[in-house]
Design a protein. Structure first.
Length: 322
């Protein structure tokens, strides 16, 4: 279909959806862009009639419920309209868990270089009236670390059920060690990606933070070589190794900004520079640093220094990527 014709059909549908009354062909000709304008000649009238008849037939072939009728008994000619109730999609309803799963998938796709498809799906769901909460369930962090080098090979190996080997460096080790793992899946927890699976060298379930993987993980052996336990909960595996004491973090926020952050903060009053001072409680300072970095220049961390340094490091890394 030519671009001009497609645009004209869209204009026609919008015009006929926007009224409850029947619209005459003369009115359509005068108001819908794309039709032959009236200039008093028989040639122009005939061209409009042929064009309009083709457009009506095409809309009906596409399933658009184009109705013909008269609004009043005093009307002298038929008009046209589209029954909105017959044209619109039925209500799409998702359970809370389903909506959360969609939100999680959107965040996962963004980190897996599928942002375009994810955004398209989100727009369509919102247009249908579905409230997709992308922050429910497992907390993922968009933008930061979306280019994690180990993500793709680990995700592919878990999907294909292939054994994975890679070099892994723990914080308390100076050099990395070789690991052989049956990967059960990749999960995001508190803004970082983790691989969960069976450590074949230790014959026990283990969790590996992808940022500590050195080099490129390599899948070995055939596909379908193993099956994860039926009751495996990767998020619970990661959460089991993530615990800590509550810490207080003090930040300054520009007035009128960081609305989401303020919902969970205790106001401490204005600072000397006019910014609002806020106190936050956290058991995971690095996760909080991820959230604070997303606010950019609207947030300044006063204390503790470890959180301030973590925010600066993340913003510096993002600036380098840009």
């Amino acid at each position: 279909m030519a671009a001009k014709r497609a645009e004209r059909l869209v204009n026609l549908v919008i015009a006929l959806l926007g009224t409850r009354q029947y619209v005459t062909a003369a009115r359509i000709r005068a108001t819908v862009p794309g039709y032959e304008p009236e200039d008093g000649t028989a040639r122009a009238d005939e061209a409009f009639k042929r064009m309009f008849e083709r457009d009506k037939a095409e809309l009906r072939e596409m399933g658009v419920p184009l109705e013909t009728g008269r609004t009043s008994v005093f009307d002298t000619e038929d008009g046209y309209r589209i029954a909105r109730a017959d044209y619109e999609l039925p209500e799409i309803t998702l359970t809370g868990d389903e909506a959360a799963a969609v939100g999680l998938a959107l965040r996962l796709w963004e980190s897996a270089q599928l942002a375009g498809a994810a955004q398209s799906a989100l727009v369509k769901l919102k247009a249908a009236g579905v409230d997709v909460d992308t922050s429910r369930a497992i907390p993922l962090r968009p933008r930061l670390d979306s280019d994690e080098p180990a993500f793709e090979p680990c995700y592919a190996a878990a999907r294909d059920r292939r054994t994975l080997e890679f070099d892994y460096r723990r914080p308390d080790e100076e050099t990395p060690s070789r690991r052989h793992v049956q990967p059960w899946g990749v999960v995001a927890w508190h803004g970082r990606w983790y691989l969960g699976g069976l450590d074949l060298d230790r014959q026990a379930p283990r969790v590996f933070r992808l940022s500590r993987v050195t080099g490129t993980p390599r899948a070995t052996g055939p596909e379908g070589a193993f099956e994860p336990p039926a009751d495996v909960d990767l998020a619970a595996m990661v959460a089991g190794q993530s615990s800590g004491d509550e810490q207080l973090v003090v930040v300054r926020a520009r007035p009128g900004t960081a609305i989401g952050l303020r919902r969970h903060a205790t106001p401490l009053g204005p600072g000397e520079d006019g910014d609002d001072r806020l106190q936050l409680r956290t058991t995971d300072p690095l996760r909080l640093a991820d959230q604070l970095a997303a606010y950019g220049p609207d947030i300044v961390v006063e204390a503790p220094t470890v959180v301030r340094a973590a925010v600066v490091e993340r913003l510096t890394r993002l600036a380098a990527m840009a």
